[in-house]
Design a protein around this ligand. Structure first.
Ligand SMILES: C[S@@+](CC[C@H](N)C(=O)[O-])C[C@H]1O[C@@H](n2cnc3c(N)ncnc32)[C@H](O)[C@@H]1O
Ligand code: SF4
Length: 401
C-alpha cells in the first residue's frame, strides 16, 4: 500500500474534490437555490513570482500589467455572487498561486472591497497564503489591520539545498525573517507549510526541519508528502527515473512528523495537518465536513447544495469574461447522494474525528479486516484511523469507495 500522507488539494480547494475538472460538464448551469447563507469563501490568486517545478495548482507568472484588472474582476465576481446568494462568511481563504505576490495597494483594494461588500459579523477566520519571497513588514501590517487573522506561510524546508531543488524563490533565512515579521505585525495564528519525501532529502534533514519549525512555535503546521503531479517538471523527472519515490521512506518521514510534532504539543487533527490546541483551521474543517462554499477567481470551485461548478482556469479569459458581465463558470455538475457520501468518507477518514459507524455499516467486512490489521479503531461511535492507519489513510479510504 502506498503512503497517503500526501498533499491534499482540499486544503486550498482550487480543484474539485475527487472530481477532475475535465469531468465537470462544460455547460454553465443554473444557480442552485439555497435558503441558508454561504459561510465559506475561497478566493484564488493565481500569480507567482517564480513557478515551482513540482506545483500543479493553477498559477501563472506574475504579470504586473494584468494584476489591477484582475483585482477588479475578483470584486466584480463577488458582486455577482452576492446577487445569487446571501453570503455571511465564517471563513474567508485567499489561496493560490501566491496572494502576497500582489502589491500592498492591490491587497488593500481587495481586502477592503471584501469588507465593504460582505456582512463579516460572523467571521471567525480569514486566511491568506504567503510566500516568504513576497512578504514585507508593510504588507503584513496592512493585512493584519484590515482584518486578516491567519497567515499560511510556504516554508517547505529549512535546508537551502532542498529549497534550490524545489526551485523556491526564497532562502531558509528569508523564510525565518518572514515568520518573525508576521509575528511582529500581530499575527497570532500562523501556519507553516512543510514538504517531505523530497529528492535527496534525508531523515536527518527532515528531523532538523521539524525541530527548527517547532522552535519558531507556529500555531499550525501542514506537512505534505511530495506528490509527483502530472504536467509538472518533477513528474517528467520522476518518469525518467531521475527522482524516485519510495513508499516506505515516505511512511518513515510521515511517522517522524507525527511523533515529533505530537511530542511538541501539536494535535494531529488531519492526515497532513497539526495544530496547537484551538488552532485547527476552521476553513479546512468546512471542506472536510461537506459544507457549502463559494469559490471566486480563476479555477476556483464552488459547491452549493447538490451543485458544483468551476470557473475557467486561464486568468486572462476569466478577467475578460467577468469584466464584460459574462459568467466565469466553465463547468457545472449535479452531485448525487452517493458522490457526496464518498467524499464525506474519504475526507472525514483523514480527520481525527473519523467516519461515523452508520456511514460504514455496509462495509462490515472491510472495517473488521482493517481493525484486525490494526489500521482502524472504534471511538465514540466513529471509525478512526490508528497511528499505523494514518500513514495509509487514502488506501483505507479507497476500500470504502
Ligand atoms: C498553493 S501552495 C502555497 C502558497 C505559496 N504559493 C507557496 O508556495 O508558498 C500550497 C502548499 O501546497 C504544497 N504543495 C504544492 N505542491 C505540492 C506537491 N506537488 N506535493 C506536495 N505538496 C505540495 C506546498 O507545501 C505549498 O506551500
Ligand atoms: S509559489 Fe506556490 S503556488 Fe506558486 S508555483 Fe510555487 S508552490 Fe505553486
Amino acid at each position: 500500500m502506498s503512503s497517503s500522507a500526501n498533499h491534499n488539494s482540499s486544503t486550498v480547494a482550487p480543484k474539485a474534490f475527487g472530481v477532475p475538472a475535465a469531468e465537470l460538464h462544460a455547460n454553465a448551469g443554473d444557480t442552485p437555490a439555497t435558503t441558508s447563507p454561504i459561510r465559506h469563501i475561497y478566493v484564488h490568486i493565481p500569480f507567482c513570482a517564480r513557478i515551482c517545478p513540482y506545483c500543479a495548482f493553477y498559477k501563472d507568472l506574475l504579470d504586473r500589467s494584468q494584476t489591477w484588472r484582475f483585482c477588479e474582476a475578483i470584486l466584480c465576481e463577488l458582486d455577482g455572487q452576492r446577487t445569487c446568494f446571501e453570503i455571511s462568511p465564517k471563513t474567508v481563504y485567499f489561496g493560490g498561486g501566491t496572494p502576497t505576490a500582489l502589491t500592498t495597494s492591490q491587497l488593500e483594494f481587495l481586502v477592503e472591497g471584501f469588507c465593504e461588500r460582505l456582512d463579516l459579523s460572523s467571521l471567525e477566520e480569514w486566511t491568506m497564503e504567503a510566500n516568504p519571497g513576497s512578504v514585507s513588514a508593510r504588507k503584513a501590517t496592512l493585512l493584519r489591520r484590515l482584518g486578516v487573522t491567519r497567515i499560511s506561510l510556504g516554508v517547505q524546508s529549512w535546508e537551502d539545498n532542498l529549497l534550490k531543488v524545489l526551485g523556491r524563490e526564497h532562502s531558509a533565512q528569508q523564510a525565518e525573517q518572514s515568520f518573525y515579521l508576521l509575528r511582529r505585525a500581530g499575527f497570532t495564528n500562523i501556519n507553516v507549510d512543510l514538504m517531505f519525501g523530497l529528492p535527496g532529502q534525508t531523515t536527518e534533514q527532515w528531523e532538523l526541519t521539524l525541530e527548527k519549525t517547532i522552535a519558531l512555535q507556529p500555531d499550525h503546521i501542514s506537512a505534505y508528502c511530495l506528490t509527483y503531479e502530472e504536467d509538472t517538471e518533477f513528474f517528467l523527472r520522476h518518469v525518467r527515473g531521475e527522482f524516485r519515490q519510495d513508499a516506505d521512506t515516505d511512511a518513515e518521514f510521515f511517522e517522524m512528523a507525527m511523533a515529533i510534532l505530537e511530542h511538541a504539543g501539536y494535535e494531529h487533527y488531519e492526515t497532513s495537518n497539526y495544530a496547537r490546541p484551538g488552532f485547527s483551521s476552521v476553513h479546512n474543517h468546512a471542506y472536510w465536513f461537506g459544507k457549502d462554499y463559494v469559490g471566486i477567481g480563476p479555477s476556483a470551485v464552488s459547491t452549493v447544495g447538490m451543485r458544483r461548478w468551476q470557473n475557467v482556469c486561464d486568468y486572462r479569459t476569466y478577467i475578460d469574461r467577468v469584466l464584460c458581465g459574462q459568467s466565469p463558470r466553465a463547468a457545472t455538475e449535479n452531485l448525487t447522494d452517493e458522490m457526496k457520501r464518498m467524499e464525506r468518507i474519504a475526507l472525514s477518514l483523514r480527520t481525527r474525528d473519523g467516519v461515523s459507524a452508520s456511514e460504514l455499516k455496509r462495509f462490515a467486512q472491510e472495517t473488521n479486516e482493517f481493525i484486525a490489521l490494526g489500521l482502524l479503531r472504534k471511538s465514540n461511535g466513529n471509525f478512526v484511523l490508528t497511528q499505523k492507519g494514518k500513514a495509509v489513510a487514502d488506501s483505507v479510504a479507497e476500500a470504502f469507495l
